[in-house]
Design a protein around this ligand. Structure first.
Ligand code: LLP
Length: 434
């Protein structure tokens, strides 16, 4: 298993952020999401320090769908990142975290009137319009409220990055964005320009998630700049901004060739600078929206083994106290993970096992054919790289309690999201009175 950030083997026991996972399990119980704060901060810094240019401003917009909490908003604010949201719920969570709302970007392929009103009333930095209908909705609302708002248009640039079909977002038939290959695109842009309360900044694209193929991002840069130039000439307007989305792939298992943030950000910047020069273009600002690559490797899930079982069919199971309710990705995307018996790091892995969760669902597995030291009841299993899309996609299936999230750094731990309680589970449940 690969170690990330501050993960360390101390006398056979895993330590994250200078805190032993045995101690964390005792204090906070399991299952538990453990977030390596130092690694999150280092990743944020890497983006800020390397995605910068002296030709244009840059903006790192943390894609909060990966993992959103007050602590994440605090850190994003501390490092000068912006945040993107895709729902009223995310907007609300960001607002109550005291994050400056003028650094929030609002996404979504079907924003409700309520959401658009929130954007106007709360002074959201920019709304990324996803389709034609939304333009009228926001344009009219802004007029009614006599407010102006900055907007971008999400475009679909037809780049097919190699990633899982469910997280691919930029094919020609995607539900997101308007295609730049469609003749209607110009009337859509015209519509935006016709609303005097919508201040058009430029185009946004996001070609998918967990992408290793960096060529796809470079193609994206070319396509976006060409399109920006074409539109700017056609309408005789200056288009000041471009947003290239997120999607930079991280390591989960052997064979994953993660994107090196430092190098890749520099190469994106130099590609943009060169193309601008070649095309005799100018931009005021370029943004990107990394989510997974900021928090993915920084989070891990700690479980306790309840027991083991060797089946008649030959499969050996290790049963853990969580599963698909805290990590749906294996069931949903056939995502793979590594794992370790976190209190037996000095034992050589001697077993090939399937780690299974507690749900009434055969697909409730964290991984098959995993190489582990022999695990027994009471041992701790640590599954790294669950920091992105782990907690945020968790559920109460089988009335599981969502685990707590604890941040660790410099030998200290800080509870960041409380474990759900049984009362939480029924708190919205009402008896019939008819
Ligand atoms: N910007 C936009 C417009 C997006 O739709 C996304 C992710 C991002 C940025 C951030 O992408 P990232 O840097 O995190 O790859 N639930 C799936 C991932 C879905 C991603 C959706 N959009 C998973 O667990 O793999």
């Amino acid at each position: 298993m690969r170690y990330f950030g501050t993960m360390k083997n101390v006398d056979g026991i895993l330590e994250v952020g200078g805190v032993s996972v045995e101690k964390l399990a005792k204090e906070y119980k399991t299952p538990l999401y453990v977030m390596d704060q130092q690694l999150i901060e280092d990743n944020m810094k890497k983006y800020i320090d390397n995605f910068k240019s002296d030709k244009f401003d840059t903006e790192i917009v943390y894609a909060s769908k990966a993992f959103l909490s007050k602590a994440m908003c605090q850190l994003a604010n501390r490092y000068g990142l912006s945040i993107d949201a895709v729902s009223a719920g995310e907007l609300y969570s960001i607002k109550v975290s005291n994050f400056p709302m003028n650094r929030v970007h609002m996404h979504g392929n079907n924003k409700s009137i309520e959401e658009l009103e929130m954007c106007l009333d709360w002074g959201i930095g920019v709304v990324i319009l996803d389709n034609k209908d939304e333009i009228d909705k926001l344009g009219r609302l802004a007029e009614e409220k006599n407010k102006t708002i900055k907007v971008m248009l999400r475009v679909n640039i037809g780049i097919d990055a190699h990633t899982h079909e469910y997280i691919r977002t930029s094919k020609h038939s995607s539900k997101f964005g308007e295609s730049i290959f469609d003749e209607n695109i110009y009337s859509i842009i015209e519509k935006i320009l016709s609303y005097k309360n919508l201040e058009f900044l430029g185009f946004h694209c996001h070609i998918g998630s967990q992408i290793f193929d960096t060529k796809a991002f470079h193609e994206g840069i070319e396509t976006m700049l060409n399109f920006t130039k074409e539109v700017s000439e056609r309408f005789n307007i200056y288009i000041p901004e471009m947003n290239l989305g997120g999607g930079f792939g991280v390591y989960y298992v052997d064979g994953d060739t993660e994107v090196d943030i430092e190098k890749f950000m520099q190469s994106m910047i130099s590609h943009i600078e060169k193309t601008l020069e070649k095309e005799n273009m100018k931009l005021d600002r370029v943004s990107i929206e990394p989510g997974r690559s900021i928090v993915g490797n920084a989070g891990g899930t700690l479980y306790t083994v309840g027991g083991t079982k060797e089946t008649y069919g030959g499969v050996k199971y290790v049963f853990i106290d969580g599963g698909m309710t805290d990590n749906i990705r294996p069931a949903l995307y056939q995502a793979q993970y590594e794992a370790v018996v976190a209190n037996k790091l000095d034992e050589t892995p001697s077993e090939t096992v399937t780690i299974a969760g507690k749900c009434c669902e055969s697909g409730d597995l964290i991984g098959k054919n995993m190489s582990l030291a022999k695990a027994h009841e009471g041992d701790l299993i640590f599954v790294p790289t669950t920091g992105a899309y782990g907690y945020s996609m968790s559920s109460n299936y089988n009335k599981a309690l969502r685990p707590a999230v604890v941040f660790v750094k410099d030998g200290k731990s800080c509870l960041s999201i409380k474990r759900e309680t049984y009362e939480d589970l029924v708190s919205k449940d009402i008896f019939l009175d008819i």
